[in-house]
Design a protein around this ligand. Structure first.
Ligand SMILES: [Zn+2]
Length: 266
C-alpha cells in the first residue's frame, strides 16, 4: 500500500509568461509531457480534497499510484491551456483560486494579480469539467502578518464567494506563498475548512497535519528527469533539501519581521 502521495504544485501554464510568474510557470508542452508520463506509468489522479478524505476515512480505498495535481492563484491560462490537457489525459486537478484577483471581480477586486486571471465563467467551467475549485484567500496576503480579524475575513470571504457563485462546497484551502503559522492553521480550522495545503517540498505522510499538507513545487526549470523523480518520490532528499533550506530561511526572516512590528507597536 502506498504511504506517500506526491501532491504537485503548479501555477501558470504558459508559453511566454511575464517575469512575475516566469519561474513558477511551466510551458504547455511541459505539462503535456508530465501528464503523458503519469498516464503511461499507471498513476491515478485525485483531487486534493478527495485524497484527504480517503486518507482520513478510508485509507484502504487508495488507488495503486495516487497523485494530486494542484494549480495556485487562478491564472487564465489554467483554463485555456491546462484544462484541455487534463481532459485529454484523464486527470483531475485542484485549482486554488484567489477570489479578489479574478478578472471580473469588480467591486470585490483585491490585491495585485501577477498576470491575466480567470473570469468567473472560466472558474465555473473548471468546476463543471470535474476539477476541484478551492480557496487561496481573497487578496493573497501573507496570512501570518494579518490581524486576527483580517485573517478571518480572508479565510471566510474567499470561501463564501466560491460557494455562493459556484454552488459548491469548499472544504480546502492553499495558503498564499505556501506559508502558515500555528495561528493561521488554527484560524483556518476555526473558519470551517477541513484541510489546507502548504508548500514544504516534502511528501505527505498519512498522519500529517491536515492543516499543513505538504506539496512539491513544479517549475519551468524542472527537467523531465527531475519530474519523474518527483512523481515517483525518488531521491527526495537530494532534490528537496535545497527548497527546505530556502523555506526555513524565509520563515526566520518573517518571524523577525513580525517581532520588529511587535516591538514598534509596543
Ligand atoms: Zn498563490
Amino acid at each position: 500500500m502506498t504511504n506517500v502521495v506526491p501532491i504537485l504544485m503548479y501555477h501558470s501554464v504558459k508559453e511566454d509568461p511575464p517575469a512575475t510568474t516566469r519561474k513558477l510557470s511551466v510551458r504547455p508542452e511541459q505539462l503535456r509531457s508530465h501528464l503523458q508520463f503519469l498516464r503511461e506509468n499507471g498513476f491515478t489522479g485525485l483531487t486534493f480534497t478527495d485524497l484527504c478524505n480517503r486518507a482520513r476515512h478510508d485509507a484502504c480505498d487508495m488507488p495503486e499510484r495516487p497523485i494530486v495535481l494542484t494549480f495556485d492563484d487562478g491564472y487564465a491560462d489554467v483554463h485555456e491551456e491546462a484544462l484541455p490537457l487534463l481532459a485529454e489525459h484523464g486527470f483531475p486537478a485542484t485549482v486554488f483560486v484567489t477570489t479578489g484577483w479574478l478578472r471580473d471581480s469588480g467591486m470585490e477586486a483585491a490585491g495585485r494579480p501577477l498576470d491575466r486571471m480567470m473570469a468567473w465563467t472560466q472558474v465555473r467551467e473548471l468546476a463543471d469539467a470535474g476539477l476541484e475549485v478551492a480557496a487561496h484567500s481573497h487578496s493573497h496576503p501573507e496570512l501570518d502578518q494579518l490581524s486576527d480579524r483580517a485573517l478571518r475575513a480572508e479565510l471566510i470571504h474567499s470561501r463564501s464567494l466560491l460557494e455562493e457563485r459556484l454552488g459548491i462546497e469548499v472544504p480546502s484551502l492553499a495558503y498564499p506563498f505556501g506559508y502558515s503559522s500555528r495561528r493561521v492553521r488554527d484560524a483556518t480550522a476555526e473558519a470551517g475548512y477541513q484541510q489546507a495545503a502548504a508548500v514544504m517540498n516534502a511528501v505527505a505522510e498519512r498522519d500529517a497535519d491536515p492543516f499543513a499538507v505538504p506539496r512539491l513545487t513544479v517549475r519551468r526549470s524542472t527537467s523531465p528527469t527531475l519530474f519523474r523523480r518527483i512523481a515517483s518520490c525518488e531521491e527526495l532528499h537530494r532534490v528537496f533539501r535545497i527548497d527546505r533550506a530556502l523555506t526555513n530561511g524565509w520563515t526566520v526572516v518573517r518571524r523577525s519581521r513580525s517581532l520588529m512590528r511587535r516591538v514598534r507597536r509596543g
